[in-house]
Design a protein around this ligand. Structure first.
Ligand code: SF4
Length: 177
């Protein structure tokens, strides 16, 4: 009779352990607190639809989009996961990619993210979504549109490794050596 409380106690302990495990997993993933409202990590059965900014003609698929709430304030945080370790300096291309997601999210949800997160194998980095970065995204998009209609586009980098892994290398003629 006295042992009737035992199953309930064990259930309670299991619940606590599961909660702790879920929290540990979340911390290990580097994701901020909040609800995951979008994910394109390939872990799901269905393929995530891309996020689109019709106004700026931009399209993107962040690895995660987190909806975080502070009181009544709501903010969206895009998270981009890179499997490699962080190179010496944060590549501006990665920052621009994250800021592009911020711009798209701003249009879709009507609220500009305050920041996004770049997650590398060895750490996460918070990138503030500033007016300057927003401008850089728009300028880059404009630049891409301009070169699309150009007949000849010079190589914009000296990254031989990037060329080694590029699918256009066989017909490129400009690959870095
Ligand atoms: S091979 Fe050509 S297209 Fe590919 S990354 Fe290098 S320069 Fe660019």
């Amino acid at each position: 009779m006295q042992l009737l409380w035992l199953p309930a106690f064990l259930l309670f302990c299991t619940g606590l352990a599961l909660l702790w495990l879920a929290r540990r997993r979340r911390q290990a993933s580097g994701l901020p607190n909040g609800a995951v409202i979008y994910s394109d990590t390939g872990a799901e059965q269905s393929v995530a639809a891309p996020l689109i900014s019709r106004r700026h003609g931009l399209i993107g698929k962040p690895d995660y989009l987190i909806e975080a709430r502070q009181g009544t304030a709501r903010t969206m945080i895009p998270v981009e996961v890179k499997s490699r370790s962080r190179p010496g300096k944060l590549p501006f291309g990665h920052i621009l990619q994250l800021a592009t997601y911020c711009l798209i999210i701003e249009e879709i949800y009507g609220v500009a993210p305050s920041h996004g997160i770049l997650r590398y194998a060895d750490g996460s980095y918070t990138i503030a979504y500033t007016a300057e970065l927003r401008r850089a995204v728009l300028e880059a998009a404009e630049g891409i549109r301009a070169v699309r209609s150009a007949s000849d586009v010079p190589r914009s980098h000296q990254d031989a490794l990037r060329c080694d892994h590029c699918g256009y290398r066989p017909g490129c003629g400009q690959q870095a050596l």
